[in-house]
Design a binder for this molecule. Sequence first.
Ligand code: C2E
Ligand code: CA
Ligand code: CA
Ligand code: CA
Length: 277
Amino acid sequence: VKQNGRNDALLYSESWSNYSFEHLSLQHEMYRAIQRKEFILYYQPQYDMISGGMIGVEALVRWKHPIRGMIPPGDFIPLAEESGMIVQIGDWVLEEACRQNKCWQESGLPPMPVSVNLSIRQFVQHDLASKVADVLTRTGLDSQYLDLEITESMTMDVNHVSRCLLDLTALGVGISIDDFGTGYSSFHYLKNFPIDRLKIDRSFVRDIQQDPSDAEIVAAIIAMAHNLNIQVIAEGVETQEQIEFLRKHNCDEMQGYFWSAPVPSDNIEQMLGGYYM
Ligand code: C2E
Ligand code: CA
Ligand code: CA
Ligand code: CA
């Protein structure tokens, strides 16, 4: 028994130190990854619930690591948030998404907004709105074609959030609440902040068919949002049954593997180009 205990402890400490070594080396490499242009954006299309037409894309970052291969955001965004690097990565994502969207428009593709995920760390910067304004000016993208996705968080100071969202709204960019239902969903939040759209979290959409309470929650979120004049997009839509449920409950937009996983910009060009064929 004693022996086992020792082995367990040893195993534990070994894997723990490997873990922290991984941490440190990834964090170190992240600093150089921006200069080395190792980050790339994939885009996932968003569709109108009624017409089925593409109405926007969400930009999702990937790290094309020279040795480790493609690293998904779940494996480095939390680290980047811990170290503060998320601000630099996020700046790059914002600029690249706007640049790409402007480029699509200039090549004659039908214009539509690009959604960019913001981390809390970026959101609490006092100069976020002027940063966004600068990026729009630099890239020449009209503000109506940028949507910012933020997540609810208890740690955010209400006055700050309010001021920040008003500044961003004044620029003309859209504001979406991401992962709605998983965080600190305060109705006060929805009522008092200028929110254009909320995204129903994938975890609710996933079980719409199996779990009656998830179905109730989704229906209630849509009804409530509409009463507050807020649009609703469902994320993680994978089946025809989910679409039927969402359509029946007047969800406005949808996004998910049913149509497309996130894809490189070239694929989006082909999809958008298809609208003329
Ligand atoms: P998210 O913002 O909730 O993005 C949606 C995630 O769900 C994406 O994962 C997408 O690939 C995945 N997804 C979309 N449709 C489906 C579906 O039908 N089924 C399933 N099972 N999954 C689906 P991804 O690209 O791995 O991104 C994970 C998370 O990383 C994002 O979640 C977001 O929180 C974060 N992230 C990604 N890019 C950025 C970024 O540029 N900045 C920040 N701050 N966070 C980012
Ligand atoms: Ca998102
Ligand atoms: Ca989401
Ligand atoms: Ca999510």
